[in-house]
Design a binder for this molecule. Structure first.
Ligand code: IMP
Ligand code: MG
Length: 172
């Protein structure tokens, strides 16, 4: 269970942290001092990335969480999502940054964006650490373009295991 030796490293802890420093700088520059930013983290996968990223963004930030499950199997999402826990904060007129661990087909993040738009934010930007394949779903801030393999670690799981790994890898 959770055996680290069964994971082949793809992105080391240092590679991830170095990239996050640059992403946070880019995001800081994207906003003005008095912008009100609400970071929305998709649970559970986005928790570690969000925690590391927000502490390096030098802007006024509010944080909220959302839990969604996407219908489909382990390999393919259908684009239909079930909102298990919605955000608690009022985002009307605010700058939203929606954060997920990994965007694959893009259907999950697109469905969440459509849901959040109904709450009338000023704008919604999307952010993910890993971007798996080319889709026509636009993501504004991307950490790494990642090979089309199933990855775990740094928040991401396989049947709830491996989320606590400080690095990202593939299962051997
Ligand atoms: P999409 O809707 O196809 O973009 O799928 C995105 C969601 O699927 C993410 O929020 C992840 O939870 C999950 N997912 C996709 N690929 C992986 C992976 O390689 N490892 C762990 N979770 C993944
Ligand atoms: Mg997820």
């Amino acid at each position: 269970m959770g055996n680290v030796s069964s994971v082949k490293e793809l992105y080391s802890h240092k590679q991830i942290q170095d990239r996050i420093v640059n992403m946070a700088a880019e995001m800081t520059l994207n906003y003005k001092d008095d912008d009100e930013i609400v970071v929305i983290c998709l649970l559970k996968g986005g928790f570690m990335f969000t925690a590391d990223l927000v502490r390096l963004i030098v802007r006024k930030i509010y944080i909220d969480f959302m839990t969604v499950s996407s219908y489909g199997n382990e390999f393919e999402s259908s684009g239909m999502i079930d909102i298990k826990q919605d955000i608690k904060m009022d985002i009307e007129g605010k700058n939203v940054i929606l954060i997920d661990d990994i965007v694959d087909s893009g259907l999950t993040i697109k469905a969440v964006v459509d849901h959040l738009k109904l709450k009338n934010p000023k704008e919604i930007k999307t952010c993910c650490l890993l971007h798996k394949r080319k889709t026509n779903v636009r993501v504004d801030f991307i950490g790494f373009e990642c090979p089309d393999k199933f990855v775990v670690g740094y928040g991401m799981d396989a049947a709830e295991e491996y989320r606590n790994l400080p690095f990202i890898g593939t299962l051997k």
